[in-house]
Design a protein around this ligand. Structure first.
Ligand SMILES: *Cc1c(COP(=O)(O)O)cnc(C)c1O
Length: 354
């Protein structure tokens, strides 16, 4: 017995689904989704449905006041009969912290796992099995009540959608230093995985792409001197052969990949440091050779090398090395995620049979 409902259209939706050869990242939708509603102060029974449009009041608060927080995690099934998830408990806790920052109701752990497991389980037969491919799960929580009063929504929806994905290969990134606009300031919602942060970052991201670069680099909101992160990935610098990453200052999103890399790198013998990192230190380090490598990390790309930092005006700071330490970390982490290597940290979690 499931303790959620399964729409009668689900088996046919899965049956009809054909996994295309080319997947991209987020281009192909899994044929099912999970949905549960919060009303009168409690969660109603969840439901697994065929993937499709949802109905929303035009005045829904998620649309007007940005009441939306989300998560992203991958299910892997490389050489395994059953899918396994990577640190899903950490995603669950982060969703709870994000919801709490936006005064939204908590998604209980059982409901979170019901959502991701029901979708991953229904999709297990159509999950990519080649190394580097996976099923990306996107849980999200949003306010559905219509109205403009300055308070929280009284009704919410928790959903999980999914996408079979290829490894998100960004190539070697060219990163534009954003010196004027701010993604997030300490005290704001930067450390919540809130859609609002992405809205704040889009103009600079677009400007970077228009200049033929890849993404923008965000600096702290106060002094515009210290590294924060990229719009959807955390940042690491290799300085004198040691790993440095900006400390979680309240504006930076606490990435699970970031956290995993700190643990993994330490176990591989790298000294690791979480601290405030001045942009000038990195730029001087690139010139002097002290900063040999920069890379970004996140669930989608895992570890993505950075080829250069660039000023909007054009000055370029090219890294001497790209994808040396980054490659070692990416391959080590992916081997654990795909369960091709031992998992000494207990990070992977096999889905229960039903
Ligand atoms: C999700 C996200 C990350 C990466 O977090 P992971 O848990 O490693 O996927 C980094 N920065 C921002 C702004 C994010 O939204």
């Amino acid at each position: 017995m499931n303790d959620y409902d399964i729409d009668p259209g689900v088996p046919e939706a899965i049956e009809r689904f054909k996994l295309p050869e080319s997947l991209g990242f987020g281009l192909v939708n899994a044929p099912v989704m999970f949905e549960a509603e919060w009303r009168d102060g409690r969660w109603e029974r969840g439901r697994l449905k065929p993937y499709g449009r949802i109905e929303l009041w035009p005045g829904a608060r998620a649309l007007h006041y940005g009441e939306l927080v989300f998560e992203g995690l991958k299910a892997y099934r490389v050489g395994q009969p059953r899918p396994n998830l990577f640190r899903p408990d950490a995603n669950c806790r982060r969703l709870q912290r994000s919801a709490s920052r936006l005064s939204m109701p908590q998604v209980p752990e059982a409901l979170f796992f019901q959502g991701i497991s029901s979708v991953a389980h229904a999709c297990s037969a159509i999950m990519p099995t080649q190394s580097g491919r996976s099923l990306y799960l996107r849980p999200f929580l949003f306010g559905t009540e219509s109205g403009y009063m300055l308070r929280n929504s009284r009704t919410f929806c928790f959903m999980v959608i999914a996408n079979p994905v290829e490894s998100y290969a960004s190539g070697s990134m060219q990163v534009v230093i954003e010196r004027t606009e701010v993604r997030a300031a300490v005290g704001g919602v930067g450390e919540a995985k809130a859609s609002a942060n992405y809205a704040a970052s889009l103009r600079a991201s677009n400007a970077a792409v228009e200049q033929g670069r890849t993404v923008a680099l965000w600096l702290d909101g106060n002094e515009h001197r210290y590294l924060q992160e990229l719009s959807g990935m955390n940042l690491f610098a290799v300085l004198d052969g040691e790993l440095h990453t900006p400390e979680l200052d309240g504006a930076i999103l606490p990435g699970i990949t970031r956290d995993s890399l700190l643990v993994l790198a330490r176990s591989l013998g790298y000294p690791v440091h979480e601290r405030r990192i001045a942009l000038d230190e990195v730029l001087e380090g690139i010139d002097s050779g002290r900063c040999g490598e920069l890379f970004a990390c996140g669930t989608a790309a895992i570890v993505a090398p950075i080829a250069m930092l660039a000023e909007r005006e054009g000055r370029e700071y090219k890294l001497r090395h790209t994808d040396v330490v980054a490659k070692q970390l990416r391959e080590s982490l992916l081997a654990i995620q795909e369960r091709r290597a031992p998992d000494p940290f207990g990070w992977t979690r096999e889905l229960a049979p039903d």
